[in-house]
Design a protein around this ligand. Structure first.
Ligand SMILES: Nc1ncnc2c1ncn2[C@@H]1O[C@H](COP(=O)(O)OP(=O)(O)O)[C@@H](O)[C@H]1O
Ligand SMILES: [Mg+2]
Length: 270
């Protein structure tokens, strides 16, 4: 099982948007995916409540319960955990960084986001974790000097994931409907971006090797096994629900309140 965390000390960079769409793209590519929302705003818990499909479990988790939840998810056969962190420094973001095999730091091509990326990178490095940047909400033409400068700055700071993610209505519409862009508009450019992004993340995870996070070291599979094990093909909704129940059990003692995602029907119009 691999864990990726979307982190940056800046709201609005696109953590929740990208976490949900990458989760959906990875699920479509054969991963068994579980999303852990450690943001007290619970954006992705709300996203899940508008989601009709139950093939991706989503659960809010306080920082203190993360390690135990990950061990439970691994036992359940989850192959990829996606953590969505809040847009400020704090215990939740630090806990997410600590358990992640790869911290993904999204930034928009503007000075404020780039400064926040630098601060976040420093914190990720302090935690001794691996990281990569991601440039989000680029103008769709991607020709602007601002984007080029942003990309260069992030490259210089230690690695930029491909592709540059553009600003597209599909991301906003998909989020509103509890979908990923690959579900909302499978043939759209945003869907193509997210498929490519998942491929980049997967390659990056492989390259990084499986350095077990300290908190889950005892439950971690050996690196080679974790990498070579094919993701289970069948991902029945019941399995995601069962994994979710397990996480709930792992977190029960300290979680004040847990809310299961509802199954409201919400589909793209026409
Ligand atoms: N690539 C994108 N294209 C269009 N809108 C985006 C994109 N990424 C994020 N957004 C929008 O930007 C806003 C902030 O995104 P969000 O994912 O909530 O950021 P964060 O979780 O980092 O605070 C939301 O309104 C979202 O719809
Ligand atoms: Mg968010």
């Amino acid at each position: 099982m691999r864990t990726i965390a979307f982190v940056t000390q800046k709201g609005g960079a696109g953590k929740s948007t990208l976490a949900s769409s990458v989760a959906v793209a990875a699920q479509a590519a054969g991963e068994r995916v579980f999303i852990i929302d450690v943001d007290p705003l619970q954006t992705l818990v709300k996203w899940a409540s508008s989601r009709e499909a139950s093939n991706i479990g989503v659960e809010y988790m306080p920082a203190s319960k993360l390690a135990k939840a990950l061990a439970a998810l691994e036992k359940k056969g989850v192959s990829l955990v996606v953590i969505d962190a809040p847009g400020h420094a704090g215990e939740e973001a630090a806990a997410a960084m600590r358990v992640a095999d790869l911290c993904i730091i999204p930034a928009r091509p503007n000075a404020f986001d780039l400064w926040a990326s630098e601060k976040t990178r420093a914190q990720v490095k302090d935690e001794g974790r691996d990281y990569a940047f991601l440039l989000n909400q680029c103008p769709p033409s991607q020709q602007s000097a601002r984007v080029e400068l942003g990309a260069k700055a992030l490259q210089a700071m230690g690695g930029l994931l491909a592709p540059l993610v553009s600003s597209r209505v599909d991301y906003q519409e998909a989020a509103r409907l509890g979908l990923g862009v690959c579900e909302y508009n499978p043939d759209g450019i945003a869907a193509k971006e997210m498929k490519e992004l998942w491929s980049s993340i997967k390659r990056r995870l492989k390259r990084a090797g499986a350095k077990p996070a300290p908190e889950k070291a005892s439950a971690e599979k050996p690196a080679a096994a974790a990498h070579s094990a094919p993701a289970p093909k069948a991902r029945p909704a019941a399995k995601a629900e069962a994994a979710k129940a397990d996480v709930a059990v792992a977190g029960k003692a300290e979680v004040e309140e847990k809310k299961g995602p509802g199954k409201k029907s919400a589909r793209k119009a026409a």
